[in-house]
Structures are given as structure tokens and as C-alpha cells.
Design a binder for this molecule. Sequence first.
Ligand SMILES: CC(C)(COP(=O)(O)OP(=O)(O)OC[C@H]1O[C@@H](n2cnc3c(N)ncnc32)[C@H](O)[C@@H]1OP(=O)(O)O)[C@@H](O)C(=O)NCCC(=O)NCCS
Length: 164
Amino acid sequence: MKTQHKSPIQFLSRTFLLKMMYKVLIADNQNTINQIIDLRYAVLRQPWDKPKDTATDELELSSINAYIENDREVIACGRVQDNGNGIGQIRYMAVHPDYQGKGLGKLIITRLEEEAKAIGLKTLELQARENALEFYKSQGYLVKETSFKLWDIIQHYLMTKELK
Ligand SMILES: CC(C)(COP(=O)(O)OP(=O)(O)OC[C@H]1O[C@@H](n2cnc3c(N)ncnc32)[C@H](O)[C@@H]1OP(=O)(O)O)[C@@H](O)C(=O)NCCC(=O)NCCS
């Protein structure tokens, strides 16, 4: 039987390759934030016919918005805000449907955690949609409690992670 040899590229981890392909950036202007809001709306609001203004709030400029783009289009995003007392909150995690399941969400949340640590946050909280529970669990978040049902449809769970 013929022996299968791995090429050097096959020894590189998926995360390493993804990091080479996609850079996680931090939004520093309103134009980029608007593009991020467009992605949030398309992924998190429009499928339930909810208005676009629910895809943002007044904390954009005081929060850290991480994003990934491809061909100048924002394809993944997430935000961390400082809630005080060393606690941060992750919100608005969204990956374009064509790019889900490829590791981009992991790149975004890892960057948000690094940014959170850099500003002195000790704990991160988030409200996970039921469909995203396993994603957050895979990133070390623990379910604290069953929380609210958004629009009486989408069950949410409060999850937390201690930053080390
Ligand atoms: C949830 C979401 C942000 C995750 O991003 P993603 O790019 O699809 O996830 P990744 O490919 O980075 O997955 C990272 C890890 O989570 C796991 N994972 C992701 N989704 C999963 C699922 N539904 N079930 C089980 N595991 C899952 C992956 O297997 C992967 O594990 P690995 O690192 O061991 O390979 C993205 O799928 C999304 O935008 N979903 C729709 C919007 C949404 O629900 N947002 C969250 C609101 S709280």
C-alpha cells in the first residue's frame, strides 16, 4: 500500500492558517461601525423582521468592535463593552452565513478577550442564543442561568468566563 505523506501545509493548524488569511481589526471610525451594524442586522435581526435600529445602541463608541473583512466587506464581527467592576459584556457576535463554521467567530471572540484583558477586565459575560451555546462552550464560557426569550422566540442563556 502506498504511504500517504503530509505536505508541510497540512502540519499547520487551522487557526494558524485562518490567522494568516483573515486579520481581526478594531473599528476606529463610524463608517466601519455602520458596516458592522449592516452585518449584525442581516444576521441577527432581518431574519425575524426586526428593525435595523435594534442592531445598535448608544455604546458603540465607548465599546471595542472587532471585525474581519473580505474584499472590503465585513464578514464577521463582535463587540465588548465595559460594564464596570471588572466585568465586560460581549454582544452582537455575527458571522456572515457563507462564512460560518470556518473559525472566524473564534478569531473574533479570542481578539475581544485579548482586548478585554488589555483594559483590565477580569470577567466576561454574554447572553447566548440557544443556537450559539455550543460555540460559546467551546470557547470556555459556562452557562450561569437561563435568561430571557427574545421576541418570545429565541431562548437566551447568561454565560460567563473568567479571563486568565
Ligand atoms: C455563533 C457564531 C458567531 C459562531 O461563529 P462561527 O464562525 O460560525 O464559529 P467557529 O467556526 O469559529 O466555531 C468555533 C468553534 O465552535 C464550535 N461551534 C460553532 N458553532 C457550533 C454549533 N452550532 N454547534 C457545535 N459547535 C459549534 C466549532 O465546532 C468550533 O470548534 P473547534 O474550534 O473545536 O473547531 C456564528 O455561527 C453566527 O454568527 N451565528 C448566527 C448568529 C448568532 O447566533 N450569533 C450569536 C448571538 S448570541
